[in-house]
Design a protein around this ligand. Sequence first.
Ligand code: DCP
Ligand code: MG
Length: 361
Amino acid sequence: MSEPERQRKIIHCDCDCFYAAVEVRDRPELAGKPVAVGGTPDGRGVIATCNYEARRFGVRSAMPAGRALRLCPDLVLLRTDMERYREVSHGVHAIFRRFTDVIEPLSLDEAYLDVTDATLLHGSGTLIAEAIRGAVRRELGITISAGVAPNKFLAKIASDWKKPDGLFVIRPEEIADFVLRLPVDRIHGVGPKTAEKLHKLDVQTCADLQRFEKYQLAEHFGVFGQRLYELARGNDDRDVKARTRRKSVSVERTFPKDIPDLEGCRRTLRELFPKLEERLERASGDEPIARCFVKVRFDDFTTTTAEQPGAASELDAFEELLDVAWARGERPVRLLGLGVGYRSRKAPAEQLPLFGEGPED
Ligand code: DCP
Ligand code: MG
């Protein structure tokens, strides 16, 4: 049996003034003051974001810092600290994953979640959104706004509707009414130019937009016109595209000339190690490392991987693994790799020599 128009439940979550919220959380003396992140105290550079106190003065993201300081002379201007924002972001995304695997991250502070098949909290989109908001506040000390709706387009608009620290739910039976009063400027993809064009056609709200036939909108706006036709009615069938989670992080190098001995391999390993550390830094770091491995391909193209479950990702551990891998061939080496895995494997090659070691790729 086909599934006609299955009703979906989509949540869009977006932290409030994210970078600024993290800064104010960590410096309680700033609470209640206008705070912006980005630029320099001498007024150069641009603002990345600012808290809602600063927004009252007209300060905005992407504004030159000098202009922001003229609008709001008492503005506290802070340097960005990406490492800290990334750490909080990992925490936020880890909270999302408690409720569903169907998550499409959009940025450090924002994601779509499809909770249609979620079982926690009776699968209620509203209760799940409230639970996420509560957990983010309690555990991470910042606020996150959420929108719940049957599709991505409406969920994103809904999360913005009651910002900051807001929740807004659009139920299926409310869509038709909701879009009537929705200003076209709020439609994602309608920038200042398209908005101006729409206003010239005397279109302010989606109700106005609904007066046009699809072919008319296509004439004015091309392909986007057809999408406008659907959005004006609250239709959007785009899926939440879950990214598969990273299972491992590694670096490897194939050499133009084979490395003849173990000592040479050790030197190369020590060169590659900082690169692995760099990648680990960038990878989602909220999952514990379950294993470390070193991969060696000899000049006869046999490949072997030595791994150690539960090891810390330290240079010593990799050097020991290299010794193990090298001893399996004791021949010149054409490729060397090292990495970590986030989930332990049930049958690591180390423990089941039965499987043998052949060329792999
Ligand atoms: N950001 C940036 N430059 C921009 C816009 C945003 O560096 N032009 C950064 C800072 C923000 C973060 O990205 O904190 C998230 O962007 P959002 O658009 O979600 O903005 P905020 O979270 O700051 O505010 P809001 O409460 O409107 O979501
Ligand atoms: Mg945000």
